[in-house]
Ligand binder design. Sequence first.
Ligand SMILES: [Zn+2]
Length: 416
Amino acid sequence: MSRVKENLIELGSLGRKDGARVESYEQLDTDKGLWRLEGNELSKASKDYLVETMEEAGLEIRFDRAGNIFGRKEGTDPGRKAVMSGSHLDSVKNGGQFDGPLGVIGALEAVRVINEEGFEHSRPIEVAVFVGEEGSAFERGLIGSEVLTGAISYDEVLNLANSDGELLKNVLGDYRGEFLMDLGGVEYFVELHPEQGPVLDTEGIPVGIVESITGLYWLRVVIEGEENHAGTTPMKMRKDALVKAAEIVSFVHEKALDMAEKTNGSFVATVGRLEVHPSATNIIPGRVELGIDIRDVNQGNIDVFKAAVTDKVAEVSRVPGMKAKAQVLVDKPPCLCSGEVIEAIERAVRELGLEARKMSSGAAHDAQNLAGKVKTAMIFVQSANGISHSPREWTSWEDVETGVNVLTRVIKDLSG
Ligand SMILES: [Zn+2]
């Protein structure tokens, strides 16, 4: 078994409550996905294994103040800025074993290959493991890269609470240090990741070269009507918050369909969360909360959509006896990847004789935060059946190898 495969299977087992080692798609069990939420016990065991494996590769390990992990291999010219590559270790609830670890182990493998070949590189290489990417334990995601780019302060990040009310600084414990990574010393960032969508798998193309990463906008909408008896309140006298929420759900879907058709096809919007109070069959719902997720690679489209949803919410609040308000939870602009890094990926793909296509990422990644500070791009490999954030997430070992080979060439190219 290759080292990469062994590392990914072992990390997968450390992220599962039953410790099962999953070597093939057929062994996947939908009840037994990864539960490696940032800071939990499985996350700690995984970090121990990863750090040990990084040290075996001769990397100099530093934990930063927020719990990001960096492994450095010096180049022949320490004055040059580094090539950084990596991803995250944390998972969603009941997730898969490739989302995140593929990019971390891929970068580590590039270093191991470079060591074995005695390849001389002038730039230092930094393997990065970003803390809390998924937002599955804490109230927001991508926090490791946000703190690096200054979008959030260290104090703010360390005092974020998880759903059990525990603060990040406490759950990280020994898994954070005093080191501060200065992105001023980094020239390039490249991240290998499963596509998390169906495009590559459907088209039978092994490699995706990411040109842009979607913007992400989250709205929390609260509608208040009047809770009352479902039997005694005549239909005309009701202030039913769920009926109004249903109108917003339909509006979001129809408007998004229309936007996707009229623009570039990458526009998506989803109402993925609905909380109905008091949620009883015989009570008219008095209060409903909705979570709306809006994404596109074009900021103009996001702005148009945001305005339309805000108008719709305002319309609800004009109904006598009803109140509605919208609150912005996440507002991340789309980002364009670096032409220089994209060209390096294209060269690698050509040299390896692989087929590739350019594409945009509909999922958020730490790369989009870094893109504002360093030259950044991403390499995608196939997600089997386009499935992600699910225990049925899978990438074939052949695709894993392809992705790691491309990444290794890119790191050699950019650091050489
Ligand atoms: Zn990921």
